[in-house]
Design a protein around this ligand. Structure first.
Ligand SMILES: CC(C)(COP(=O)(O)OP(=O)(O)OC[C@H]1O[C@@H](n2cnc3c(N)ncnc32)[C@H](O)[C@@H]1OP(=O)(O)O)[C@@H](O)C(=O)NCCC(=O)NCCS
Length: 183
């Protein structure tokens, strides 16, 4: 177990925080209004809940306003039904200079059998910003549990992929038209 001392200060000048200090949980039911035409939870609804929860983790970590820079993916691994509860868990897994990677795990639970399953996972990146929208340096994060360590150790690789993807998106955007299609 990691003991974080008040005197621990990173080269950023900011004291590190533990992953669990940014951990947030939210458990909900699936109501008839929340489902798609397959009677399972509507993907857009889940994505919105993921972004909301992850942003709370990011703010908890840095205590600044944050902005979503990217969502790597939302992998819907199995449908979430009306007989399920859905529990979202999020926490900061890795930090750059001004950016934070947040992992969100979605666990569905059949309320009648108690069977639990990982229904979706997602990685999002948030950037801490000041009141003028300028990126701000964030504290480093320290993993403690096995799962936190697993995600922390693989994060640098994901960050590199994001950099490449961002450059690719910018390149693509420079070739796209903003012309009004009806003109
Ligand atoms: C995200 C944003 C604040 C970055 O600002 P910027 O002036 O481009 O700043 P930088 O290029 O210095 O990037 C700042 C950090 O964000 C990271 N970043 C920027 N875009 C990113 C992306 N698409 N994916 C992952 N990380 C990203 C950079 O790697 C950098 O991280 P680091 O400081 O930890 O090394 C800016 O691009 C922005 O405002 N985008 C729109 C965000 C938005 O509107 N979100 C809501 C969506 S509805």
């Amino acid at each position: 177990m990691i003991v974080k001392k008040d005197t621990d200060v990173h080269q950023s000048g900011l004291a590190p925080k533990l992953c669990r200090e940014s951990r947030v949980f939210k458990t909900s039911r699936v109501f008839p209004n929340d489902v798609n035409n397959h009677d399972s939870l509507f993907g857009g609804k889940l994505m919105s809940a993921i972004d909301e929860l992850a942003s709370i983790s990011a703010v908890r970590h840095c205590r600044y306003n944050v902005i979503t820079a990217s969502t790597d993916s939302v992998d819907f691994l199995r449908p979430i039904l009306q007989s399920d509860s859905v529990c979202l868990e999020s926490y900061v897994t890795w930090t750059g200079r001004t950016s934070m990677e947040v992992f969100v795990k979605v666990v569905s639970e059949n309320l009648f059998s108690g069977e639990r399953a990982i229904a979706a996972t997602s990685f999002l990146t948030f950037v801490a910003v000041d009141e003028h929208g300028r990126p701000m340096v964030v504290p480093p994060v320290i993993p403690d549990s096995e799962e936190e360590k697993l995600l922390h150790e693989s994060a640098q690789e994901r960050a590199e992929l994001r950099k490449k993807r961002r450059a690719g998106s910018k390149q693509l955007a420079s070739q796209l038209s903003t012309r009004k299609y009806w003109e």
